[in-house]
Design a protein around this ligand. Structure first.
Ligand code: SAM
Length: 287
């Protein structure tokens, strides 16, 4: 069996099918076996697992996943890649289901149900143009997920795992950390892909929390406060939240909640922890 993590094999497949990369689908195929091994090891895939792979490409990671996992479901938008996967690079795997669809349109909770209902392990070298909608979609739609181990743009990985008071900390950090525990598994240079992307990459694993890390009465309000806090980073939090159309509380009401929490009225949103955003939203709903 020819493995695609050998760059010569990848080039042979691309030539055999006259494949042309589509930039608008974020197609940068992995050609480094060490990085591939690192991703599979970080994801901790075993024969008990059902893995969802988003964007299998020509099947580089799919091959390794089919060998490590019980079952693999791979969702690929580009129909020209489907015959390559089905008839060539992954034809020998009977534990693989390929879905030719835009992953954002697939009912992944139903896919999980159809494959036994056990929480999925998501493993992917993601198309970078839709990293955030894919990850937030998985969490917000409550697809049963055990963990998400993905290659993403390096800056995005850093933002996901950043803590308060750092330059990378923002709405994405809080959203990801509300649902999961991030772990940065590896930095990946540009020469590990064909074609070379013009950004650096990183592998990050997000392990779903079993219990929510904070108790929130109104999630929508908490996320509206978070967006307001980082929408206008230079302003004090009370001012930016008071001005936000999404936050249905006046500056005065915000001030009262701050006082009860013992928060400095001039605090900036970027200094607040997830616990404080949760506490503040609970204090506002209790008013
Ligand atoms: N997994 C392969 C690898 O590591 O070599 C390919 C990774 S490439 C960065 C991203 C893949 O996602 C491409 O195959 C692309 O066609 C696919 N893709 C892009 N947008 C997609 C979408 N909305 N739904 C499903 N797949 C998508």
């Amino acid at each position: 069996m020819a493995y695609l993590s050998d760059p010569k094999e990848t080039i042979a497949v691309l030539n055999r099918y006259g494949f042309h990369f589509k930039k608008n689908f974020g197609q940068n195929f992995l050609i480094d076996s060490h990085v591939l091994d690192k991703i599979i090891a970080s994801a901790g895939v075993t024969k008990d697992d059902v893995v969802l792979e988003i964007g299998p490409g020509i099947g580089t990671m799919t091959q390794a996943l089919c060998e490590a996992a019980g079952e693999v479901v791979a969702v690929e938008i580009d129909s020209t890649l489907i015959p390559i996967l089905r008839e060539d690079t992954c034809k020998d795997y009977d534990n693989l289901t390929i879905i030719n669809e835009d992953v954002l349109k697939v009912d992944l909770a139903a896919v999980c149900e159809e494959h036994g209902g056990k929480a999925l392990k998501v493993v992917a070298n993601l198309p970078y143009y839709i990293t955030t909608p894919i990850i937030m979609g998985l969490f917000e739609k409550r697809v049963p997920i055990e963990s998400i181990t993905v290659m993403v743009q390096k800056e995005v990985a850093y933002r996901m795992q950043a803590g308060p008071g750092t330059k990378d900390y923002g709405a994405l950090s809080l959203a990801v950390q509300y649902y999961s525990e991030p772990y940065l598994a590896a930095n990946v240079p540009q020469n590990c892909f064909i074609p070379r992307p013009n950004v650096d990459s990183a592998v990050i694993r997000l392990t779903s929390h079993k219990e929510p890390p904070v108790e929130v009465k109104d999630e929508k309000l908490m996320f509206a406060l978070i967006r307001a806090a980082f929408g206008q980073r230079r302003k004090t939090f009370a001012n930016s939240a008071g001005n936000s159309k999404e936050v249905p509380y006046t500056k005065e009401q915000m001030g009262e909640a701050f006082e009860r929490m013992g928060l400095d009225p001039n605090v900036r949103g970027e200094a607040l922890t997830l616990e404080q955003f949760a506490e503040l939203s609970n204090a506002l709903t209790a008013q």
